[in-house]
Ligand binder design. Structure first.
Ligand SMILES: [Fe+2]
Ligand SMILES: [Fe+2]
Length: 157
């Protein structure tokens, strides 16, 4: 299979998620609430966090990358709470100002997170994963789904 390195696939997901939120904000500014676009983008972000916490992080932690992963997990919790707030805003509010502000907050948090994760964690995704995990993660990126109701470890922290 002509797979790209995992680090490239994972960074591509970052960009797709950023673009989804960015487009949602742009449409919002023009007065259109693209409900489905934001719902799909948040689902993609939850799935991305799932694959990191379930497939990627445990073996890297075992390989000694402990502190950076601790920081990433804590930030996942912050991202998760902002996503929950957005889901609520989308469900029962026409407050497009707050919706836009909270989307901007999520984009800022993602920028903070991804700008560390890509240089510090992702290179090890290509070099430090057991072969089987690497294959499982590649397969998950192509077709996998996070279980319904799954929450990241620090979602409630
Ligand atoms: Fe992450
Ligand atoms: Fe990520």
């Amino acid at each position: 299979m002509p797979d790209l390195p995992l680090s490239v696939e994972l960074a591509r997901e970052h960009r797709e998620i950023d673009n989804g939120i960015q487009t949602f904000i742009e449409k919002l500014v023009c007065g259109s609430v693209r409900h489905e676009l934001l719902t799909e983008t948040l689902a993609a972000l939850r799935r991305h966090i799932y694959l990191e916490e379930v497939f990627l992080f445990p073996p890297l932690r075992e390989a000694g990358i402990v502190m950076p992963i601790f920081v990433m997990m804590r930030e996942h919790g912050q991202l998760w709470r902002t996503m929950d707030a957005l889901t609520d805003l989308l469900a029962d509010s026409n407050d497009t100002g707050r919706l836009a502000d909270t989307c901007t907050q999520l984009l800022d948090q993602l920028h903070q997170h991804n700008s560390k994760e890509e240089p510090i964690i992702y290179p090890s995704a290509d070099t430090a994963l057991p072969l089987q995990t690497s294959a499982e993660l590649t397969r998950f990126i192509e077709t996998g789904r996070a279980p319904d109701g799954w929450m990241c470890q620090q979602a409630g922290a």
